[in-house]
Design a protein around this ligand. Sequence first.
Ligand code: TYD
Length: 146
Amino acid sequence: MSRLIDIKRLKAPVITDPRGNLSFLESHRHIPFEFKRIYYLYDVPGGAQRGGHAHLNLRQFIIAISGSFDIVLDDGFERKRVHLNRSHTGLLLPNMIWRELDNFSSGSVCMVLASEYYEEHDYIRDYRQFVNLARNTNPQQDTQIA
Ligand code: TYD
């Protein structure tokens, strides 16, 4: 199972150019998995929250391609809030991390590279169920969630 320390911040290469910068991400070279799916959130109204789930197996790379948003990360023992606001730097999330996205700036775009095709059975959408699962598979830990 996964802990917050397993979440990595990853910076894409940046080709700077007076005409505008260019970044790129390649499977296995930058992202340590083959991404089978890309999805993106856009036109998010002010005050909206997305996410609110964990994944049993799916791994993801999440990046603020444009604008900014916050991502609340929770491994069943502790949680932290991370602000993403760079087009070249995102977060690599292992499976079994609960996430909530909010505080979207106007015009922001959240892009996600996913290791698997969309599969509803991979979602855990109930927070208590997630915590029970995360704690039962990390029995040596007994940290309280803030
Ligand atoms: P969901 O993953 O719950 O959105 P978020 O976590 O960003 O708030 O997905 C919302 C809806 O979109 C849900 O009905 C499933 C559907 N969906 C797809 O059909 N394919 C996809 O790749 C994703 C991510 C979602």
